[in-house]
Design a protein around this ligand. Structure first.
Ligand code: FES
Length: 340
């Protein structure tokens, strides 16, 4: 649609609109009648895009300046600063787009007859022309500063996601790490968060313990401990030994009815949490996958495809529960198993 055609259509539409006594007369914005006001609106949009750029830069600086150090306060500070930077980056783009549309783009009111859903070719061509006219209306072609600010904000914003993502996994593609946890032969099972080793006599029938490897104080305060703990966490449950159905290749993996299974759901990795003592079922709250603890934690319901990995356990000379080895399969979602 040419500029002349466009203005002709708009004029006739205005006339249609104004002919209806139920619709108040259109009020022009200040920017439409005052060049200075229009320029001011343009500057405001530029400032909003600039806020987005600053937010992006701030989030990148925060990502490198406040790395999670393994402590709760350190993780909070990192998350907070990164989130605030991203919030300003997105908010700046959003507000700029809205203000641009409201204050700078064409304010003409138009009305249109309803037509069939399948548009004929000439209507589609008109739509393309109208889109082109919208681009012209935005003024992006002739407002160089606005164009530069918008492109800068839009081009830089993805960095708030890409840089942390690439940096976090970059250089560490060793997927074998995902197949192994901190458990090893003879390592005691300890309660979380106290780190107190558990004796078999502490575990009564029906009780459930959230258990982690009993590592040194030094390892607990290291930066890697949080991720190691997250991979290694198990649920310790005692059943009546007569209820336990152990596969031949797993005989001896439990101790007097006490079994230990990975707490990470094999669907997409939520923590399995709810235990029904009567049915011996463990339920994942995310998508309701249900595992039968009495039968090798096999899936009895839900989207998970494989049982929860079992940690072979026994007791040491002092009666404390210890691991016989690491898990014999990858913990977590089935995806990792396919990387074998
Ligand atoms: S993550 Fe457990 S059922 Fe989906």
């Amino acid at each position: 649609m040419s500029e002349n055609q466009h203005s002709t259509d708009v004029t006739s539409a205005d006339q249609n609109t104004f002919a209806d006594p139920g619709i108040p007369e259109h009020q022009h914005r200040r920017g439409d009648v005052d060049a200075a006001a229009s320029k001011r609106a343009e500057r405001q949009v530029v400032v909003l895009f600039a806020i987005s750029v600053i937010g992006t830069i701030a989030s990148l600086v925060a990502y490198f300046a406040f790395r999670p150090d393994g402590t709760t306060s350190g993780t909070r500070l990192s998350t907070l600063t990164l989130g605030l930077g991203m919030a300003f980056a997105l908010l700046g783009i959003g507000l700029a787009a809205v203000h641009w549309a409201k204050a700078i783009m064409n304010d003409t009111e138009v009305s249109e007859e309803r037509h069939q859903l399948s548009s004929p070719d000439d209507v589609r061509e008109a739509a393309v022309a109208s889109l082109k006219a919208g681009v012209d209306d935005s003024g992006i072609a002739r407002r160089g500063m606005l164009k530069g600010a918008a492109l800068s904000a839009l081009a830089l914003f993805p960095l708030t996601i890409a840089v942390p993502l690439v940096s976090s996994v970059g250089g560490d593609w060793n997927v074998s790490k995902l197949r192994h946890t901190r458990w090893e032969k003879g390592m005691r099972l300890a309660t979380d968060p106290t780190g107190r080793p558990i004796k078999a006599s502490d575990v009564t029938i029906g009780s459930v313990f959230h258990v982690i490897p009993d590592v040194s104080e030094k390892e607990r305060s290291s930066g890697e401990w949080l991720s190691e703990k997250a991979k290694a966490v198990v649920l310790l449950i005692r059943l009546d030994p007569r209820d336990l159905h152990e596969a031949d290749d797993r005989k001896g993996w439990s101790y007097d009815g006490i079994v230990a299974y990975s707490k990470i759901c094999t669907h997409v990795g939520c923590p399995v949490a709810l235990y029904e003592q009567q049915t011996h079922h463990l339920l994942c709250p995310c998508h309701q996958s249900t595992f039968d603890v009495a039968d090798g934690a096999k899936v009895v319901f839900g989207p998970a495809h494989r049982p929860l990995p079992q940690l072979p356990i026994t007791v040491d000379d002092d009666g404390y529960l210890v691991a016989q080895s690491d898990f014999h399969e990858p913990v977590g979602p089935s995806y990792w198993e396919r990387l074998k």
